[in-house]
Design a protein around this ligand. Sequence first.
Ligand SMILES: *Cc1c(COP(=O)(O)O)cnc(C)c1O
Length: 215
Amino acid sequence: MANIQKNIEELRKTIPNNVKLVSVTKYHEVEEIKEVYSAGERVFGESRPQELVKKQAVLPKDIEWHFIGSLQTNKVRSIISFVSLIHSVDSVRLLEVINKEAARCGRVVDVLMEVYVACEETKQGWNGDELVDYMESEQFLSLTNVRVRGVMGMASYVSDTEQIRAEFTELKAVFDRLGAGRADFDILSMGMSGDYQIAIEQGSTMIRVGSAIFA
Ligand SMILES: *Cc1c(COP(=O)(O)O)cnc(C)c1O
């Protein structure tokens, strides 16, 4: 049995007050997630729409649910009425579908743009320059039911901490470029169990931690 309460207490000692913790509950059962809730956490992240819908239905209603995984456009409708933040917007089409579905239920939904910085084969997310251009376009500015709160990214899964640091530094630079002159652009979601300390040193404001909680 994992000592969830103790893991969370240890984790909190290493996180500054200005950094928000998202407890990543993917692959974990409702009973385990309740322990995270009992330890006082209220912001949970899931990476599959069906899992998110199922867990949201049975867990306490004061939980803030974040979607952190790859999101297919045909799954947006299932989560749009209750999701608090979508971290993983990786295309124009996805953002437009989120906007349309949010409008349908009378919401303005907070999202992050996923920026690609890692040196890995599975390139998911925006290139920094493309994103800067897109966010100045009419096409983007006409979307009234999404609010882009910042960016999210993942470093390469490597042991070289200097490479990880360099990738987070790049992500922070994209965040700063986009944030200049934009209101409510205040979330830099970077850092997971293995690299969140480096991410915080490089300016992260939100970390997504799973295995360190459930270990
Ligand atoms: C699973 C996942 C995490 C959490 O990873 P851990 O290494 O378990 O902390 C963070 N972000 C995303 C996008 C994930 O899919």
